[in-house]
Design a protein around this ligand. Structure first.
Ligand SMILES: [Zn+2]
Length: 180
């Protein structure tokens, strides 16, 4: 099933066509020939500690309603990735942060989302759930709910973070059984 049916420029019908061998089929307008590229979506998030524990929020929206994730969200067009991470943390858990380093970039075959994750430090604000979260909580690294995390990138970034910051090794077979 095609995700989009009509050309955003002229309203003509989109057709799925092979434009170049070895590339995915593209959506091409049957009227004006506009090529509607389905680009990845970039998301940014941050991992940081509050009194030595890792701040996570419980999602109050789909997808992954009720699952735990670090604060983050989509980067707006025209916004920097770093700016988006800082903005999302403020919106979702009401904390001001300073980015420290790039933790890693996570992407998955068949997923449109590319997740850029930073490590950060809190510089202000007071922990409080935003309107898209059911709850916020700072977890001791040994209490992280590994089987109730929202996305594969949540698991992988948290595993990398606790290894880096707490010298704790996470069993990656938990990851495969939960997500693959
Ligand atoms: Zn068109």
């Amino acid at each position: 099933m095609m995700e989009y049916s009509f050309c955003p420029k002229c309203g003509g019908a989109l057709e799925s066509k092979v434009l170049k061998a070895f590339e995915p089929t593209r959506l091409v307008c049957s009227r004006c020939r506009f090529v509607f590229f389905l680009d990845p979506k970039v998301a940014a998030g941050a991992l940081f500690k509050l009194d030595g524990s890792i701040v996570l929020l419980q999602r109050g929206i789909e997808p992954s309603y009720g699952k735990w994730v670090f604060p983050g969200g989509y980067v707006d067009r025209g916004e920097t990735v770093e700016g988006a991470a800082i903005r999302e943390v403020k919106e979702e858990v009401n904390l001001d942060i300073k980015l420290v380093s790039l933790l890693n970039v996570y992407s998955y075959a068949k997923s449109p989302v590319v997740v850029v994750v930073f490590t950060a430090e809190i510089v202000g604000g007071k922990l409080r759930a935003g309107d898209e979260a059911l709850a916020v909580r700072a977890f001791n690294p040994r209490e992280i709910p590994w089987s109730e995390l929202a996305f594969p990138s949540t698991f992988e970034a948290l595993a990398a973070y606790v290894r880096k910051e707490f010298n704790l090794d996470v069993d990656l077979s938990d990851f495969s059984s939960a997500y693959l």
